[in-house]
Design a protein around this ligand. Structure first.
Ligand SMILES: Cc1ncc(COP(=O)(O)O)c(C=O)c1O
Length: 435
């Protein structure tokens, strides 16, 4: 990869690495501009965006209607803080509540802030509605979870790297194995006020729970007076081929966390949604954010929802996702064992690389040199999560390139094409953190 980083790209890469903290290890592609599903680097090379900024660019880059909505609002007012009311927040919240089927929404900026909002809401509900003794509320979270990067959130990560050196952490979180009801039952106590869980574990490697898990979890929460709070920051808003991933099992959570795509690919916009019986624990002064729900963000997010609806992006994600999954399974079958699993839903697919043969990162970098952007998660999984606007032809172009990369690497390793390895891995919790 380094050999091709020339001229202008070097300039920017050097500045980022000289002045930026070393908390990222980006693929060395210096993006200059982008439109819909295409991205161009500073040297004019074109790439297909199969990554979609971790679901934040679900509408494609710079969607013209969302950009126009931003421009319109930028000629009126952008930031007022929540000290005053405005003309865009109410319509945005109304639209969001109607689409998601909740009575109220609380706007924040990043996904992690919306998760923090959920934690505060769940605990207060536990004390005030469920009658848990002050200071004793427990929240159940899944092993392999990813909910953001604040100290409270990394404190209940089961991934040692996310926690290492950042303690002491907030207590009150109990772990269960994702997809395993016996483990949920064992982690439950009379002090459990909520479960906060992703419907599909994204950062863990696009891990799907066994069919029926969420139905059983829903029943368990109802029976034990526990709030089921689903974090759809990455999975929500069409990514899995439904508006919300929880719809795949026909359940309804007690509260929902959204982010990423809510900002229409322009701004960070997140939200926590619940019905009055839960949301009413928030009283003036008990929670807030200077930027959350600002006039510009609300205008952009409202248009993002309208575009998603009017351009049928959810149905499109389902149809294109079926095609993407089928194409990637073909690549796996021809990989001679280099690819050991392909799994996903809608336009969200994880390709699991056999670590004995190659690191996911190597294949990601090889793809980038040929004009396809993707990203590894952990060492073994390549994620494909293109904008929901992607065409079948563009998917085919990207997967043809991925296929060529896989065939080339398999040949280099002397692997013969054979039947795929059907192993499906769930994120195991080898050493749950001691909370
Ligand atoms: C499920 C989930 N929740 C929360 C977050 C945190 O979002 P943000 O990075 O906007 O804080 C992420 C980010 O990837 C996520 O995937």
């Amino acid at each position: 990869m380094n050999a091709r980083i020339a001229g202008a790209a070097h300039h920017y890469i050097d500045k980022e690495s000289r002045f930026g903290a070393r908390n990222y290890q980006p693929v060395p592609v210096v993006v200059d501009h982008a439109l819909d599903c295409l991205v161009w680097d500073v040297e004019g090379r074109e790439y297909i965006d199969m990554m979609g900024a971790y679901s934040a660019v679900s509408h494609g880059h710079l969607h013209p209607r969302i950009v126009a909505a931003a421009h319109r609002q930028l000629q009126r007012v952008a930031i007022t803080s929540r000290a005053y009311q405005g003309t865009t927040l109410g319509p945005f919240l109304e639209k969001l509540c109607r689409i998601a089927g909740f009575e109220r929404a609380l706007p924040m900026n990043t996904g992690a802030e919306a998760v923090e909002t959920a934690i505060k809401c769940a605990r207060r509900w536990g004390y005030r509605a469920k009658g848990i003794a002050e200071g004793q509320a427990r929240i159940m979270v899944a092993c392999g979870n990813f909910h953001g990067r604040t100290t409270a959130i990394v404190g209940f990560s089961s991934d040692a790297d996310y926690r290492d050196g950042f303690g002491p952490f907030a207590p009150g979180f109990m772990h269960f194995d994702f997809g395993d009801m016996a483990s949920v039952r064992a982690a439950t106590s009379v002090n459990t006020c909520a479960v906060i869980v992703e419907p599909i574990q994204g950062e863990a490697g696009i891990v799907l729970p066994p069919a029926g898990f969420f139905t059983q979890l829903r029943e368990w929460c109802t029976r034990n007076d526990i709030l089921l709070i689903i974090d759809e920051v990455q999975a929500g808003l069409g990514r899995t081929g439904r508006w919300f991933a929880f719809e795949h099992e026909g359940i309804r959570p007690d509260a929902l966390i959204l982010g990423k795509a809510l900002g229409g690919g322009l701004l960070p916009v997140s939200a926590f949604l619940a019905d009055d019986r839960v949301m009413s624990v928030f009283t003036p002064g008990s929670h807030g954010s200077t930027f959350g729900g600002n006039a510009l963000a609300a205008a952009v997010a409202l248009e993002a929802l309208v575009v998603m609806e009017e351009e049928n992006l959810v149905a499109r994600s389902a149809a294109m996702g079926t095609h993407l999954l089928a194409r990637l399974r073909d690549v796996m079958r021809a990989s001679g064992g280099l690819i050991r699993d392909v799994r996903g839903r809608g336009l969200w697919v994880g390709v699991d690389v056999e670590p004995a043969h190659a690191a996911a990162r190597e294949l990601v970098e090889r793809m980038a040199t040929r004009g396809v952007l993707s990203k590894e998660t952990h060492e073994t999984v390549i994620r494909f999560a293109p904008p929901l606007t992607i065409s079948r032809a563009l998917i085919d172009r990207a997967i043809d390139i991925f296929s060529a990369v896989v065939v080339e690497k398999s040949a280099q390793l002397g692997l013969a094409a054979g039947p795929p390895d059907p192993r499906i891995k769930l994120a195991a919790c080898s050493s749950p953190p001691p909370n």
